[in-house]
Write a protein that binds this ligand. Structure first.
Ligand SMILES: [Zn+2]
Length: 94
């Protein structure tokens, strides 16, 4: 049986803000005077995740352009490291 790990992958509809590296989120939040979010390894519910997502979305939407560019670059790097050869990012602009 072939291992899935080595197969090329597509990452469709990846929410840029939700895929932001935790260290990047903490760093950007700190730089921009936002409340650095608590970064648990797991969330008990979607509602527990949403405050973190909202901070990330605000940093991408309202922060300097570099926040968006860095987020895109890192999400692509992380997906590529996982074997993705096609990525369709989604950015929340609302
Ligand atoms: Zn979605």
């Amino acid at each position: 049986m072939r291992s899935l790990a080595g197969l090329p992958k597509a990452h469709l509809h990846v929410h840029l803000e939700g895929a932001m590296r935790p260290a990047t989120l903490a760093e950007l939040a700190d730089e921009h005077g936002d409340q650095p979010p608590v970064l648990p390894g797991d969330f008990a519910s979607f509602e527990d995740f949403m405050p973190l997502y909202r901070v990330a979305a605000r940093l991408v939407r309202e922060g300097p352009r570099e926040n968006l560019l860095r987020s895109v670059r890192e999400v692509v790097e992380d997906a590529a490291a996982d074997g993705a050869v096609w990525i369709e990012p989604h950015v929340n602009r609302s």
